[in-house]
Ligand binder design. Structure first.
Ligand code: HAM
Length: 437
C-alpha cells in the first residue's frame, strides 16, 4: 500500500472513474448546448474578498483559503456564482442578451464528510443574465430536468422543489418583521427540515423567542405545497405586492406545464436556500426516495452582479453536483459499464510483418480508429486470445504468408468470418466496416 493517500474528501479518478465522470459531463454538456448555453471557465483560485459576505456564512466558514507569496488573501473557489458575476459584470455592455452561460468545473469546500458530500466536487453551472422575468426560470428549470432525464432518470426518480424568497420577504413584512428579523427567520426555515424547532435557536439568540402566533403563521406558510394554497394564503392578507407576485408564479407554473414538466416540479415553500445572494424564485432537486442530499440547487440573484462592481443585471441559475448525482445513477442502474475496447487488434508474426503492420497501424490511428497490438513479439496463439479478450471488433492478421501475398487477413471477431484484403485497400475496408455499423 502506498504511504500517501488523497486528502480526506478528495478523490482520485482511476480510468474507470474518469470514464464515468466523462460520461456525466458529456451528457450535461450536450444538454446545455441544446438549450443554447455557451461554455466558459475561470481560475480555481480567486481573491478571498469575492466570497466574503456574498456567498453566506456557511460557505465562508468552509473556504480553503490562504495568503499567497505576494501577501494576497486568496481562496479556492467554493462555487462559481461570484466568479461568473465578476466575468459577466466586466463585459456586460458588450454581451448579447440574454446571456446564457454554462461551465463544468471543480470546487472546494471544507465540509464535514458524508455520503454524497466531499471537499472537492464538480458542478455543472448554468446561468442566465439580463432577463428579469420568470421566462428565465422556465428555461433553467427545463434545463435542470433535461440534465437528469438525459441519463434515463424519470419523474419517479427525482423532482424539483420550487419556492420563492420574494414571497417570503413580502409575507414576513406583512407580518411586521423588519429586514434583519426576516433574514434570521429565512435562515431558520432553511434549517427547519433538518433540525425542527431548534432551527429557530439562532433567531431567539438575536431577537428573543418568536411570538407563538407569529411562529404558527410562519410554520403554516412553510408547509404550503401548491399554487392554489399560496393564492389562498395571499388573498387573506390583501397585500398588493404579494398579489402581483402571483402573476409571476402563474407564468412560471404555466410555462413549465406547457413544456410537459409539471410532473417533475413541486411547489414547496419549505425551501429557501442557504446562500445569501438569492432574491426571488429558488429551487432544489432531490431524489424521490429522499435518501440522498440535494442533487442540484439554484435561484434568482438579481443584486449580485452590481454588488461585485458590475452594472445592475438580473440573473438566475443553478448548479448540479457530480457526487450525489452519480450515486443516484448507480442506485438506479443507469451508470453504464464503460469498456475501453479497441476497434482493431493487430496480430503480428515476426520482425518483417511488424515492419509492415506499423505503417497501417499509424494510418488507422490517424484515421480515428482505436488500434492496439502487442508491444513485444508474442506467440501467435496468445495474440489471438488477447484479440478476442480485448473487445475489438476486428483482428488484422499479419502473418508471413499474408505478407508474401501483399494482403492482410481481416477477421470479424463477432461474426467469426475472415477475408484477405490487399494492403492498399485496408484502410478503406476498415472504414467501410465501421461505418456500416
Ligand atoms: P449549492 O446548493 O451550494 O449551490 O450547490 C449546488 C449543488 O452542488 C448541490 O446540490 C450539490 O449537489 C453540490 N454540492 C455542493 N456542495 C457539495 C459538496 N461539499 N460535495 C459534493 N457536492 C456538493 C451553489 O453552489 C450555487 N452557486 C448554485 C447556483 C448557480 N446558483 C445560481 N447559479
Amino acid at each position: 500500500m502506498s504511504t500517501f493517500q488523497t486528502l480526506p474528501g478528495f478523490r482520485d479518478f482511476y480510468p474507470e472513474d474518469f470514464a464515468r465522470r466523462h460520461h456525466v459531463f458529456r451528457l450535461w454538456r450536450q444538454s446545455a448546448s441544446a438549450f443554447g448555453f455557451s461554455e466558459y471557465d475561470a481560475p480555481v483560485l480567486e481573491s478571498l474578498e469575492l466570497y466574503k459576505a456574498k456567498s453566506g456564512d456557511e460557505i465562508e466558514a468552509q473556504l480553503f483559503s490562504f495568503t499567497d507569496k505576494g501577501g494576497r488573501d486568496v481562496a479556492l473557489r467554493p462555487e462559481m456564482t461570484p466568479t461568473v458575476c465578476r466575468m459577466v459584470g466586466a463585459r456586460a455592455n458588450a454581451l448579447k442578451r440574454p446571456i446564457r452561460w454554462f461551465s463544468i468545473a471543480e470546487f472546494y469546500r471544507y465540509e464535514r464528510m458524508q455520503k454524497g458530500r466531499g471537499r472537492c466536487f464538480s458542478q455543472l453551472n448554468a446561468d442566465i443574465f439580463g432577463e428579469p422575468g420568470p421566462e428565465a426560470e422556465i428555461e433553467l428549470i427545463a434545463l435542470l430536468v433535461q440534465c437528469l432525464c438525459a441519463f434515463g432518470l424519470r419523474e419517479e426518480d427525482f423532482f424539483v422543489r420550487l419556492s420563492d424568497r420574494n414571497l417570503w420577504y413580502y409575507y414576513l413584512e406583512a407580518l411586521g418583521l423588519d429586514e434583519s428579523r426576516t433574514r434570521a427567520v429565512l435562515a431558520a426555515i432553511d434549517k427547519y427540515e433538518k433540525s425542527g424547532d431548534a432551527a429557530f435557536d439562532g433567531y431567539a439568540e438575536k431577537f428573543g423567542p418568536l411570538e407563538a402566533g407569529l411562529k404558527e403563521k410562519i410554520l403554516g406558510f412553510l408547509q404550503i405545497k401548491s399554487l392554489p394554497a399560496i393564492e389562498h394564503a395571499v388573498a387573506a392578507l390583501g397585500v398588493d405586492r404579494l398579489a402581483a407576485r402571483l402573476a409571476d408564479w402563474r407564468k412560471l407554473i404555466d410555462g413549465l406545464g406547457a413544456m410537459g414538466l409539471s410532473r417533475f416540479v413541486e411547489v414547496d415553500l419549505g425551501v429557501v436556500r442557504g446562500l445569501a445572494y438569492y432574491t426571488g424564485f429558488v429551487f432544489e432537486a432531490f431524489d424521490r426516495k429522499g435518501e440522498l442530499r440535494a442533487l442540484a440547487g439554484g435561484g434568482r440573484y438579481d443584486d449580485l452582479v452590481a454588488k461585485l462592481g458590475g452594472p445592475a443585471l438580473p440573473a438566475v441559475g443553478f448548479a448540479i453536483g457530480d457526487m450525489t448525482f452519480s450515486l443516484l445513477l448507480e442506485q438506479r442502474g443507469l451508470m453504464p459499464t464503460l469498456v475501453f475496447a479497441p476497434d482493431v487488434y493487430c496480430v503480428i508474426g515476426g520482425v518483417p510483418e511488424r515492419q509492415a503492420a506499423f505503417g497501417d497501424i499509424h494510418a488507422l490511428r490517424a484515421g480515428g480508429f482505436r488500434v492496439d497490438y502487442p508491444l513485444k513479439e508474442v506467440a501467435f496463439g496468445k495474440q489471438f486470445k488477447t484479440a478476442a479478450e480485448s473487445g475489438a471488433k476486428l483482428a488484422l492478421i499479419y502473418g508471413s504468408d499474408e505478407l508474401a501475398r501483399g494482403v492482410v487477413k481481416v477477421r470479424d471477431l463477432e461474426q467469426r468470418t475472415e477475408m484477405d484484403v490487399p494492403r492498399a485497400d485496408l484502410i478503406a475496408t476498415v472504414r467501410d466496416f465501421f461505418s456500416a455499423g
